[in-house]
Design a protein around this ligand. Structure first.
Ligand SMILES: [Fe+2]
Ligand SMILES: [Fe+2]
Length: 205
């Protein structure tokens, strides 16, 4: 059925966010398992429990507008999840590289949520659903705080992951130099030879 009024558009937007929150709740739990940095792991778990609250608060935002809470399939949330899953399956990253990748994945998710809540708040206010807008604002504040946390932690976390990856490459140096001489065609991992010629680039492919 065609959406022909703004309240139904608002209902669709809330349904989309509800679906996204449920998708990201599973994603956060998976990401926590893939994270070894204790501060980031703890914050991800804390945000997972905040996300359970978001699902509940969204239900109240529906009710405050006189609407029945119902999730609507959100292709963008599924796409963000798929991006993580396909990187993991297709690129076969080491745990350290996956952890570095996840910092960017997590930030993309938070920014998607931030854009979604900001849009829904504008719509709620335009429709006079001030209580719904206030509830959505509470969620938005937590999404913004999580995005800020990830942005603040990323430089340090990436530096320590890079040091770890380079340390491992360096440890394999002695045995890696010899195959460099007799390297045959089809040898697939030349990264250790790159470590021999300049440590700073060894983390890159
Ligand atoms: Fe959320
Ligand atoms: Fe979030």
């Amino acid at each position: 059925m065609a959406i022909d009024d703004m309240t139904r558009l608002f209902k669709h937007e809330l349904g989309d966010l509800l679906f996204a929150e449920k998708t990201f709740l599973k994603g956060l739990k998976a990401m926590a398992k893939e994270t070894s940095n204790p501060a980031i792991k703890q914050r991800i778990l804390e945000h997972a429990s905040e996300t359970e609250g978001h699902i509940d608060t969204l239900g109240r935002a529906f009710e405050a507008a006189g609407l029945k809470a119902r999730a609507t399939k959100c292709d963008a949330a599924l796409g963000l999840k798929e991006e993580h899953d396909s990187f993991k399956e297709e690129e076969d990253p080491t745990p350290e590289i996956l952890e570095a990748f996840n910092l960017g994945s997590g930030l993309r998710v938070e920014h998607y949520e931030i854009a979604g809540y900001r849009s829904a708040i504008v719509l709620a206010r335009a429709l006079g659903f001030s209580e719904s807008a206030a509830l959505l604002q509470q969620i938005l504040a937590q999404e913004e705080a999580m995005a800020k946390f990830l942005e603040a932690q990323a430089p340090g976390a990436l530096a320590s992951i890079a040091a770890e990856v380079e340390g491992e490459a360096g440890a394999g140096l002695e045995t890696a130099v010899e195959p460099e001489v007799s390297r045959s065609r089809g040898q697939s991992r030349p990264s250790s030879t790159r470590a021999a010629s300049g440590g700073a680039t060894s983390a890159r492919r």
